[in-house]
Design a protein around this ligand. Sequence first.
Ligand code: MTE
Length: 324
Amino acid sequence: MLIKTSSDIPSSQITSESIYFNRRTFIKGSALTIGALTPKLSMAEQATTVALDYKPAAKEQESGFYTDEPLTPLDDVINYSNFYEFGTDKSDPARYADNMTTDPWSIKIEGEVDKPGEYHLEDILAKVDLEERIYRLRCVEAWSMVVPWVGFSLADLLKQFNPTSKAKYVQFETLHRPKEMRGQQSRFSTIDWPYQEGLRIDEAMHPLTIMAVGLYGKTLPNANGAPIRLVVPWKYGFKSIKSIVKIRLLEKQPTTTWQTLAPHEYGFYANVNPDVDHPRWSQKSERRLPTTFFSPNRMLTTPFNGYAEQVASLYTGMDLSKYY
Ligand code: MTE
């Protein structure tokens, strides 16, 4: 991104295990299962490893909810991550995000809704059904992954608060807690915290747009945005904001972190588009993780990250090189 371009971290150098699961009983009407534990985990970490109860991904591909492309190994999903609240290195989130307290957690709902307020995550989750979605994630830095998320549609969440007819956009905000997020303390950070993102209301209501609370069948690792994050698979990864504490329904297009920092490089829409290069690098292809220097696993990038059939109609008549 703006601060640092991507660098390869060979998986051979990666030592930490999937130790970042959080304690939370957010499974509707069902008992928790404690996940399989490996000897590498500390007692505290073992106590926080939680499996989720969810409907596995239906294997029909027309909806875009599923792909049969090889999954990116869990270790790479956790250890090759962007979460600038914990540092700019890909391995910083896995190293430092464990300090973030995610229980209790609540989300403030503000703006153009009939039912504004602060809602406990447990109460929000009691009203939704969790399901698996196997999505491609394409970072603007030209690397990509395939991740089996567990979550629910953002539309189902927003409907809980009755958006008014004036709600044309949705803005999201990440936790701002410098004591636990060392990147927010950094004097060198150019980001004006908290991290913010936004969507048009029709994008937010699209069936592909989900709030994820897990991946690989278990609660989200802190590094990947525990306890709840956005996933918008046809847009560059920076739109998929992590560790959300505020959702604001708005009449006007909101400000977003990367667009504010460098508007000529990062747009509000940020739809994956191989025909519009980033000013500093090409977007025509991507490295699909895991990669090594000798095996870069490079492939062509597809419009809307392969979800054109489902979402291209949202942008009919728009000049996508202007609204990038
Ligand atoms: N959300 C917050 N709050 N802070 C961030 O730095 N990085 C974004 C996005 N969400 C980011 C964030 C970027 S650039 C990407 S590519 C994805 O998270 C990466 O998600 P992952 O680490 O789960 O792969």
